[in-house]
Ligand binder design. Structure first.
Ligand code: CMX
Length: 469
């Protein structure tokens, strides 16, 4: 908040008249317990802008890495070329959300009454503010998202008219794009809003979009796999995940707990993965949050990224139908080698950054050990975990032979009756909104420019390094 030097009584009165209401609002809104998320951000953003400005002034020309030709041909792996505030991925330790590991989040984030898994509302609050919220703050978010959840008629009509053969991710992405009809950001931009206010409209759209995603996702599920009948009304007394599982048609508190964990851990994985990077990239053209997020979802729908959770189950079902449930370890090994020799990947294993077992895998395994230790599919997944890493290591080229998040999620969903594998990436997408949209608010708050890295042709590269064939 600005400080004023008061030089006379007259001046003091003027200052009071002009600024006091704003000062009072500001002070009221930013107490540690405030549930006014937008006011909290409005307080934090100028401070962060100043911090970044000073940092860039001092170190704008400092080098933090270098780019090799292999990196350019190799998917830009390892190039430090992005700023992304909400989470950071350590190759050995895994993800930290604003500095907190998954077990730490499970410990400190507020839970539903009687529950033991974190509420995704709390994770969103943490990601966007950097602060661990209290119970009132997450309750406020649950209510806020309930209030913003209604879908416009044209999106419901559109969803209800998709053929059930259209992949759920295509339905999801198309519906999100069509939600941009009501983008507050796009409207404000077309009316000439000042760029210092962009973040406020991106915030509003992001809150609206996060609120609506479970409704979109549940409508897709019921239309595609059930009788297509209404998903029921949002209950403003329930949290985001409980409303979602109810709309999907499930009435099992343990499944809702799983969903709270699921929606928390899939939310964010720093900025360079395909979905997060796409949202950031498309957003940098000042496309609104709906268009940016839909673009990210099209990336998540790729089998090397989010669709791997579907692919894992498809692959496991194939294994089961070929080998049965009690296959020997040698038979499972043969099956894995057959997959590799036919030029396919083992889905759910490997990672571009991680070099150890993904903690998102571990926490799902812990959930399974607690709730479904004797499940046949869980035992199979556990056996695959013993067998795959040595084989991928033996292959010689795989940098990370360990399981990622997608190796485990489907098994848990199967256990609770959500057996439609083609739907699994939609659940990942609902969660991913929490991280990438929090990131998008900060992109606009920090005024990050349109993204435009330099590309080179092979010819140009050869010339640049003096290479002669
Ligand atoms: N099975 C077979 N081969 C694999 C492999 C796997 N699980 N993981 C990596 N490899 C191969 C790569 O295809 C590559 O082969 P080529 O040199 O012949 O092209 C080689 O090993 C080196 O790859 P890498 O550097 O270890 O891995 P990348 O960073 O290139 O790729 C990833 C990372 C995730 C795409 C890859 O490990 C993979 O395809 N895994 C299976 C799909 C999957 O589970 N994806 C989900 C990731 C998590 C998520 O985003 O949701």
């Amino acid at each position: 908040m600005a400080l004023f030097r008061i030089s006379s009584t007259k001046c003091l009165t003027e200052v009071h008249q002009r600024f006091l209401p704003a000062i009072i609002t500001c002070v009221r809104n930013i107490s540690a317990d405030s549930t006014d998320l937008k006011a909290i951000l409005a307080d934090k953003i100028p401070k962060e802008q100043e911090r970044v400005k000073n940092f860039r002034k001092a170190h704008g020309a400092t080098k933090v890495g270098e780019v090799t030709i292999d990196m350019m041909y190799g998917g830009m792996r390892g190039i430090k070329g992005l700023v992304y505030e909400t989470s950071v991925l350590d190759p050995d330790e895994g993800i930290r959300f604003r500095g907190l590991s998954i077990p730490e989040c499970q410990q400190v984030l507020p839970k539903a009454p009687g529950g033991s898994e974190p509420l995704p509302e709390g994770l969103f609050w943490l990601l966007i503010t950097g602060d661990v919220p209290n119970q009132q703050q997450v309750n406020w978010l649950s209510r806020e998202w309930s209030n913003r959840a209604a879908l416009p008629g044209h999106v419901v009509t559109m969803l209800n008219n998709f053929p059930t053969t259209l992949h759920p991710m295509s339905q999801f992405s198309a519906a999100i794009t069509a939600l941009n009809h009501d983008s507050k950001y796009a409207k404000a931009y077309s009316e000439g809003v000042h760029k210092s206010k962009y973040w406020e409209y991106v915030y509003e759209d992001s809150m609206d979009l996060i609120a609506k995603l479970p409704v979109v996702a549940a409508t897709i599920y019921r239309n595609t796999y059930r009788d297509g009948k209404g998903i029921g009304a949002i209950d403003s007394k329930l949290d985001w995940s409980a409303n979602f599982t109810r709309m999907l048609g499930y009435d099992n508190e343990e499944f809702t707990e799983l969903m709270r964990l699921y929606l928390t851990i899939h939310s964010d994985h720093e900025g360079g993965n395909v979905s997060a990077h796409t949202v950031h990239l498309v957003g940098s053209a000042l496309s609104d949050p709906y268009l940016s997020f839909a673009a990210g979802m099209n990336g998540l729908a790729g089998p090397l990224h989010g669709l791997a959770n579907q692919e894992v189950l498809v692959w496991i079902q194939k294994l089961r139908s070929e080998l049965g449930d009690n296959a020997s370890e040698d038979k499972v090994k043969d099956f894995i080698w057959k997959t590799l020799k036919s030029g396919q990947v083992v889905p759910g294993y490997g990672h571009a950054v991680l070099r150890k077992t993904d903690p998102r895998y571990t926490c799902q395994r812990e959930f399974a050990l607690k709730h479904l230790p004797d499940d046949v599919l869980f035992k199979l997944v556990s056996n695959i975990y013993k067998v795959v890493p040595p084989i991928l290591t033996e292959l010689g080229k795989v940098k990370n032979p360990w399981p990622n998040v997608d190796a485990h999620s489907g098994v848990l969903l199967q256990y609770y009756g959500l057996k439609e594998m083609n739907y699994y990436t939609v659940l990942f997408g609902v969660s991913r909104a929490l991280g990438v949209l929090a990131g998008l608010v900060w992109d606009r708050a920090l005024g990050l420019p349109i993204e435009r890295p330099k590309s080179m042709s092979t010819e140009g590269l050869m010339k640049a390094v003096g290479y002669k064939a």
